[in-house]
Design a protein around this ligand. Structure first.
Ligand code: ZN
Ligand code: ZN
Length: 276
């Protein structure tokens, strides 16, 4: 199975995962106690340059496993082999003690994948497959929490190259309005934040000599890959009338895979992995 970074999965799998993440996000939020997430604390964190959801108890180990099972079942319906691989991983995780599972849930929320590396070797699992399952299993909580704090982002203007809500790298940029204002979208929690149109989303480069766009004929400003020769990063941008919902966001990323091929072929990489 190859659902994580770089190893692009089949579109049917991603669609099934995105739909299930979106569906489960409602139920996850309904189980949070009052005051989770703490909106006042989230606002303070954002003002201090910290991710809005840092430290919020959005997910425990039991919920992580429930999410993993539900996602595996959703994927099994469209790609049985992939779904069964996911389920086998969830079943291995079910053998862990409560403390370890809660730690894993915390790491998954933060997008800290080091614990998965050691866990993969202990359990004899493929690291990327384990990260993929744990990543998606944590997403319903992240998506639900991002919805709760999204109103705090309307005045957010830090030009952050990482999601101000959960800390992930942006998946895509959206261009909207007459001036094609750019917003970045997080693929994990779905958050949307403004980012200058003419600056590299990864390193902040603003010199127009270093910035270029790759696109098909007649597709400039509609579907393009914005590239930076300073950090050799690229980010795809699509024009939208309204912000994409979570399923459309992940679907659009898959549908524009041709741009990834062209950008990678020209020596650009999706992101630099460096935090601004
Ligand atoms: Zn995010
Ligand atoms: Zn750059």
């Amino acid at each position: 199975m190859a659902v994580h970074d770089g190893l692009r999965p089949a579109s049917a799998v991603v669609r099934a995962l995105a739909a299930e993440v979106s569906r489960r996000s409602e139920g996850v939020a309904a189980r949070w106690p009052d005051g989770v997430p703490d909106l006042l604390a989230a606002k303070t964190r954002l003002a201090a340059g910290v991710t809005a959801l840092e430290g919020e108890p959005l997910l425990d180990g039991a919920e992580l496993l429930r999410g993993g099972r539900a996602l595996a079942a959703a994927v099994e319906a469209v790609e049985p082999a992939v779904g069964q691989t996911m389920l086998a991983i969830v079943e291995r995780l079910e053998g862990l003690d409560e403390h370890s599972l809660n730690e894993l849930a915390r790491a998954a929320l933060a997008g800290a994948w080091e614990p998965c590396a050691s866990l993969a070797s202990i359990l004899g699992l493929d690291e990327y497959a384990l990260v993929s399952v744990v990543d998606y299993a944590a997403r319903p909580a992240l998506v639900a929490a991002a919805r709760r704090v999204e109103h705090l982002l309307t005045s957010y203007d830090r030009a952050s190259s990482h999601c101000p809500v959960c800390g992930s790298s942006p998946l895509l940029a959206e261009l909207s309005g007459k001036e094609a204002a750019r917003s970045l979208r997080c693929g994990r929690c779905g958050a949307r934040w403004r980012y200058p149109r003419l600056a590299c989303a990864w390193c902040g480069e603003r010199d127009h000599h270093a910035l270029s766009a790759l696109h098909g004929e007649g597709e400039a400003g509609v579907r393009q890959a914005d590239c930076c020769s300073t950090c050799h990063g690229y980010l795809k941008a699509v024009s939208v009338l309204d912000p994409l919902d979570y399923v459309s966001l992940l679907k659009t990323d898959i549908e524009t895979a041709g741009l990834d091929l062209v950008a990678v072929d020209r020596g650009y990489a999706r992101g630099t992995g460096q935090r601004a």
